[in-house]
Write a protein that binds this ligand. Structure first.
Ligand SMILES: [Zn+2]
Length: 570
């Protein structure tokens, strides 16, 4: 990379190499230690303890080696140093989504269409039509969630007629959360669904007043998961390509790290494309992953087998194993009324994890029933202290003070997502505006001292865009623009940024190593299209990265920096 800087000098905002005077001043030993890259003339939000903003920083061997004034950082440069003039742009530490089903999203990314950011049904249908134009005959066109009708100007779901117009010849599958899916006639035919009997359990074909199928299949989480399982899987090569493309897409939005909690439809084999990309040194997002329960009733046996050669923390800075969850046992997953036997089974797995020093994360939706989970955690904790293991609960949007206090006492953190960005309007309708004022109670939990990581839970139930999530953390407005949270539950901009960097890094055992732009930390950062601290709150969701760096490598670059992007892999 180093010898590219001369060639690039003519193309991009590089202010030039170090002068001979500087070389003479520093002499040979210093030149050998000179930075690989120097970023100058920026507004660099370091997120250090004193909230310092600096102009410039220098990177060597993947880490930040100095921060300060542009002139001082320029003085460190050697003949091979790549100097990038930021032109006054804002730089933030790389964002970390602490709970994103990214490994699964990546598998399908090359063969799926997404509706993230589409503001109308014609725009969404345009993406389907574009995919249909390039798809092979008979190839599925799939939108696997990550959208809501609330994002469309029409405020309704698309119809089969609209779908037919966009993609008349290809089978199409459109998933809405885990509640429904829309298929066109070619889709129904390809899946051999002619009546309710052909739909997975508890699902049914929606019919209009005249008894004609609307194209929608309604169901619950297992119904839609089983329906999705009927779709053809992408090939290994498609999944490798999808993984590379999806992670670059995350880089485009300033993400440099994720905590991945497994997910439905994932088996051990599903991780092979990710491992290939890692082996190829082509990972552009740091992935810290946990293992999701596999066979119902055989969870414990599966964990014991699968982790024999996968000890806690195994991996490196790009890919690392982080214990079990978000589904630890099927009996306690999305179950507000677990039996004693189900709690006992969970206890046995959790105690085993604690004994092995494992991190554990559990997805739990409702505060009213989370005592079942906390009871088990406390039981384990009496026998084996878990405070150092960084266990966590994801979701819990209506979490109460009492339960956050129990979490705090256990050292259990909270993985907080922007589900209410899509769901806030429905919450107001079903539970009232007063409940929405404190859903989720971000500031309350901060005050209690619970560790909090920012995130999205993408990509089936939410968009993966971290800036949309940051905007929602800051202003509490839904995708439809409805205000929800009280001002006392709205963190400030820097606090929100800290949740999405340092907050998240705690859950992946990386606090102190990433998520601040100070000497000694890993050089993960993003140069933004807009001034995060200065623009109107409702513009934050539209921010993108112009240059994303992971471990000193420029993994994504656009606009004036486009020529600086380094090819992924060896
Ligand atoms: Zn999740």
């Amino acid at each position: 990379m180093k010898n590219r800087s001369v060639r690039l000098a003519a193309l991009v905002p590089i202010v030039g190499l170090a002068t001979s005077l500087a070389l003479a001043t520093f002499a040979a030993p210093v030149a050998a230690q000179s930075p690989d890259t120097a970023l100058i003339n920026g507004r660099i939000i370091t997120l250090d303890e004193r909230s310092t903003t600096v102009e410039a920083l220098a990177v060597r061997d993947g880490k930040i080696v100095a921060v300060g004034r542009s002139a001082d950082i320029r003085d460190l440069a050697g003949p091979a140093t790549r100097i990038v003039d930021l032109g006054g742009r804002t730089v933030i530490p790389g964002l970390i989504d602490s709970h994103m089903h990214a490994i699964r999203a990546a598998l399908f990314y090359a063969t799926e269409v997404n509706w993230i950011g589409a503001r109308s049904i014609p725009e969404a249908m345009g993406r389907i039509a574009a995919a249909a134009r390039t798809a092979r005959p008979g190839q599925w066109i799939i939108v696997a969630g990550g959208w809501t009708e609330q994002q469309f100007a029409e405020k309704r779901r698309p119809t089969m007629t609209e779908l037919l117009a966009a993609a008349p010849d290809h089978p199409v599958y459109i998933q809405l959360f885990y509640a429904a899916a829309l298929l066109n006639p070619a889709g129904f035919k390809a899946l051999n669904i002619a009546s309710d009997a052909d739909v997975p359990p508890r699902g049914r074909i929606e019919r209009d007043a005249g008894g004609h199928p609307t194209g929608w299949i309604d169901g619950d989480n297992p119904t839609i998961t089983a329906l999705f399982d009927k779709l053809p899987l992408p090939s290994f090569d498609d999944s490798v390509a999808g993984t590379r493309q999806f992670f670059r897409e995350l880089n485009r939005l300033g993400l440099t790290g994720i905590g991945d909690p497994g997910g439905f439809n994932l088996t051990a084999k599903s991780y092979l494309p990710l491992f290939r990309v890692w082996q190829d040194r082509a990972l552009t997002v740091r992935v810290v992953f946990s293992l999701f329960a596999q066979r119902p009733g055989k969870e414990f046996e599966d964990y014991q087998n699968l982790t024999q050669m996968l000890p806690m923390g195994f991996g490196d800075d790009m890919l690392r194993f982080n214990g079990i969850g978000e589904n630890v046992t099927w009996g306690m997953y999305n179950n507000d009324t677990p039996t004693d036997a189900q709690k006992q089974q969970y206890y046995e797995v959790a105690r085993w994890a604690a004994a092995r020093g494992m991190t554990l994360t559990q997805h739990w939706s409702n505060d009213v029933s989370v005592h079942h989970l906390l009871d088990v955690f406390e039981r384990v904790n009496r026998e084996l202290p878990i405070a150092g293991l960084r266990w966590s609960i994801a979701r819990l949007n209506d979490g109460s003070v009492a339960n956050f206090q129990r979490m705090k006492a256990l050292g259990v953190g909270w993985l907080m997502q922007d589900a209410m960005y899509f769901g806030g309007d429905a919450l107001i309708r079903t539970r009232g505006a007063d409940v929405a004022k404190h859903t989720p109670p971000i500031r309350t939990a901060m005050n209690i001292g619970v560790r909090i990581g920012g995130g999205t839970d993408a990509h089936r139930v939410m968009s993966y865009n971290p800036f949309v999530s940051l905007q929602w953390i800051i202003d509490g407005r839904t995708v439809a623009g409805t205000p929800t949270r009280d001002t006392d539950e709205l963190p400030g901009r820097e606090e929100a940024l800290r949740l999405y960097t340092q907050g998240s890094a705690w859950f992946t055992h990386d606090d102190g190593r990433r998520s601040a732009l100070t000497a000694g930390r890993l050089a993960d950062l993003a140069v933004l299209t807009k001034d995060f601290t200065g623009i109107a709150a409702d513009e934050i969701g539209g921010i993108e990265s112009l240059l994303t760096m992971v471990g000193g490598r420029i993994v994504y670059a656009a606009g004036p920096f486009a020529a600086l992007e380094e090819k992924a892999g060896r």
